[in-house]
Write a protein that binds this ligand. Structure first.
Ligand SMILES: [Zn+2]
Ligand SMILES: [Zn+2]
Length: 149
């Protein structure tokens, strides 16, 4: 079983929030994908596995998972990915490969700190602290396409 799913169970229990079957299913779908998934792709996958699913069900589950820090939303792609380290709040940097669609989540405290200082110097208060870098991943730059689905 995916590590994030196990952690999710525990995190929800500790926080006293309900990890319902639907929330779990949405998280499972996000985790099983090797690239970020859009809400409609998640909805499709839900419908395939459990029949009729209303879009608000998926949106609410995504909102919940995002609020609990179990998934992140990549604004540039309008897509969701599972978090690599959900046990603590963090600012993340995402490396998004434009060739294979693979992503990597980094948590570089130095990057977060410089952004915090720079935004504060401009009198700016950030609400979301996710940095997205678009480029080519290691295996794609080596000319491999093993990440491609
Ligand atoms: Zn994360
Ligand atoms: Zn790639």
């Amino acid at each position: 079983m995916n590590k994030l799913l196990q952690q999710a169970e525990q995190i929800c229990q500790e926080r006293g929030v309900r990890f319902t079957a639907q929330r779990r299913q949405v998280l499972e779908i996000v985790c099983a994908a090797r690239r970020p998934l859009g809400a409609y792709e998640i909805l499709d996958a839900m419908r395939k596995s459990s029949g009729r699913t209303a879009p608000p069900t998926v949106y609410r589950a995504l909102e919940f998972l995002k609020a609990q820090g179990l998934i992140h939303k990549l604004e540039s792609l309008h897509a969701f990915v599972g978090c690599n380290h959900p046990d603590h709040p963090h600012a993340s940097q995402f490396l998004i490969c434009s060739e294979c669609g693979g992503i990597d989540e980094l948590e570089d405290e130095q990057v977060s700190q410089s952004l915090r200082q720079a935004s504060r110097a401009s009198g700016f208060t950030p609400q979301r602290r996710i940095v997205e870098l678009i480029g080519t991943c290691e295996s794609c730059s080596r000319g491999q396409s093993d990440k491609r689905q």
